[in-house]
Write a protein that binds this ligand. Structure first.
Ligand SMILES: Cc1cc2nc3c(=O)[nH]c(=O)nc-3n(C[C@H](O)[C@H](O)[C@H](O)COP(=O)(O)OP(=O)(O)OC[C@H]3O[C@@H](n4cnc5c(N)ncnc54)[C@H](O)[C@@H]3O)c2cc1C
Ligand code: FES
Length: 223
């Protein structure tokens, strides 16, 4: 979804999107996919009523958005360093704009064989490759497949179990957490979780955290 206007955002930040008027009581958090001089783009998957509403919008329709929110990935620390960008499922969304701002990134897109057609996967691969060398991994545990020793850092977004496993493979892993969000400004407490032994708000303190500081309680239960 592309929205015309003048926007500024850092890779890994997100906007809160909702329909015009009263539809959708709460806005939905969606990562910045790309920003250009006169527009911003979002990439989303239809999972519930909010994203279904977005999918029915037509060219010229209006939408309400607030943001950008959150901290974003540490781009300036790794601008010219070798960085692996690893996305799983819809977690690939923030990596496009991230790769655009890094000089020496390598992109790894982890996709599920059931989710997309071969043409769609090929399209995604070509799209991301405009910013950095891109490999698509189908139904693959990327934590077992990649050689992490060649990277200065790993920046990732996707299922928590994937990010938990990646955190074990490298010292400098930065993860973007996904939680249900009501306000995005730290007021409703719907997005709290444990990081570095403290209760934090993913919307305000994150969504990007040092992977080694995150408590992956839910992910560990799945192992
Ligand atoms: C920082 C951030 C960035 C994000 N970026 C993107 C992005 O770029 N693209 C994208 O597609 N998505 C993104 N998401 C996820 C997206 O915001 C959610 O999937 C959102 O809930 C979709 O809204 P919806 O109304 O379509 O679905 P919802 O109605 O919110 O439902 C989504 C799914 O979650 C289940 N669900 C709903 N509420 C709960 C609950 N309280 N507990 C457990 N399960 C529940 C529903 O049954 C359904 O399966 C992001 C989330 C965060 C926090
Ligand atoms: S979404 Fe309300 S505190 Fe984070």
């Amino acid at each position: 979804m592309t929205i015309e206007g003048s926007f500024e955002a850092k890779p890994g930040q997100f906007y809160m999107l909702r329909g015009i008027g009263s539809f959708m009581t709460l806005s939905r958090p969606i990562s910045v996919f790309d920003v250009e001089a006169d527009k911003i783009a979002f990439m989303y998957r239809v999972v519930g009523e909010g994203t279904k509403y977005f999918s029915k919008l037509k060219e010229g329709d209006e939408i309400t958005l607030y943001g950008p929110y959150g901290n974003g990935y540490p781009v300036s620390d790794y601008k010219d360093k070798k960085v692996a960008l690893i996305g799983g499922g819809m977690g690939i969304a923030p990596l496009f704009y991230l790769a655009k701002q890094l000089d020496n990134a390598e992109i790894h897109l982890g996709l599920n064989s059931r989710d997309l057609t071969a043409e769609q996967k090929q399209y995604l691969g070509q799209l991301y490759a405009t910013h950095a060398p891109t490999t698509i991994h189908i139904d693959t545990d990327m934590s077992e497949k990649l050689d992490f020793s060649k990277y200065d850092a790993v920046m990732t977004c996707g299922p928590e179990i994937m990010m938990y496993k990646l955190t074990k493979k490298h010292e400098n892993v930065y993860v973007s957490l996904e939680k249900y969000m009501g306000c995005a400004v730290g007021a409703c407490l719907s997005c709290t979780c444990d990081v570095a032994g403290k209760r934090v708000k993913v919307c305000k303190d994150g969504p990007v955290f040092k992977g080694s500081e995150v408590s992956y309680d839910d992910a560990i239960k799945l192992l």
